[in-house]
Ligand binder design. Structure first.
Ligand SMILES: [Zn+2]
Length: 271
């Protein structure tokens, strides 16, 4: 089974010093392609250096956490960066009202600006929505009223059933992380993941965050993997996200894998 991890924070300090080994372990686990997600201009530039045609591509964008630093200079840099061939999506952008590391107004302005950039370059929009209470949807719909949107991914979906219904009604893609393997926090998601049509589903680790809870305790020992993997998530653990989705949907894993591969290829222009 070939898999694509559509969200790897490979430039994050937890993975940065270990990139080659992380990539090799991912390949050994069948994760042959990944989208390296950027969170600001610097990490976009760093992600570009880690791209490798056919295997690794990246996003260009500013995460809502960093929205307070989003200024005219950022816009100029982003407009240049999104033109690079290895950049296959604009983001992570969106809203995070769970942490509010940046003020709401700054988050809204940065999100709207990045939607415009995605519309202009017609690259997939990679959206982070954490407890936006419908604001992400409202802003996306406002933007569509003016110019059609490129394909939209709601990554690491953790919202309500109603939000899922509305996202799907607008034809957005839904990214599922290891959150699904958390029987407590992910209980609602585990029930509704079966409602996502296969042609709208994506799988992701969001590594080094959100280590799936269904990784067996002796997994590292069994596969002779380093202890560093005990603390963090890695793209090599993507098959556990797939397994949790398969169990919740009662569906064959190779079917889900094939569908999510097709979706990733279509969204990011993989050939
Ligand atoms: Zn995110």
């Amino acid at each position: 089974m070939k898999l694509t991890d559509v969200c790897v924070n490979l430039t994050n300090s937890q993975l940065r010093g270990d990139v080659e080994a992380v990539i090799q372990r991912a390949k050994a686990a069948g994760v042959e392609r990944m989208l390296i997600t950027a969170t600001d201009i610097e990490s976009t530039k760093a992600a570009l250096l880690l791209c490798c045609g056919g295997q690794r591509y990246c996003t260009a964008g500013v995460h809502p956490h960093g929205a307070s630093n989003y200024d005219k200079e950022t816009i100029t840099s982003l407009k240049k960066l999104v033109g690079k061939d290895d950049v296959r999506a604009v983001g992570e952008t969106g809203l995070d009202f769970n942490r509010n590391f940046s003020p709401v107004d700054a988050q809204l302005a940065a999100f709207e600006s990045q939607i415009e950039i995605a519309q202009a370059c017609n690259k997939t929009l990679f959206v982070h929505d954490r407890e936006s209470q419908g604001e992400v949807l409202r802003i996306l719909k406002n933007a569509t009223a003016k110019i059609p949107l490129p394909p939209v991914i709601i990554h690491c979906f953790t919202g309500s059933r109603e939000e899922l219904r509305q996202y799907l009604a607008n034809d957005y893609y839904i990214g599922i992380t290891g959150w699904i393997a958390d029987t407590r926090r992910g209980a609602e998601l585990r029930e509704m993941v079966a409602d996502i049509p296969l042609d709208r589903l994506l799988i992701e680790t969001d590594a080094p965050f959100l280590r799936p809870h269904n990784v067996p305790k002796d997994f590292l020992q069994q596969h002779n993997l380093p202890a560093t993997m005990k603390r963090r998530n890695e793209p090599a653990l993507l098959p556990f996200v797939l397994a949790a989705i398969g169990a919740c949907r009662n569906e064959a894993l190779d079917e889900i894998a094939a569908a999510t591969e097709n979706n990733a290829a279509r969204l990011f222009g993989f050939t």
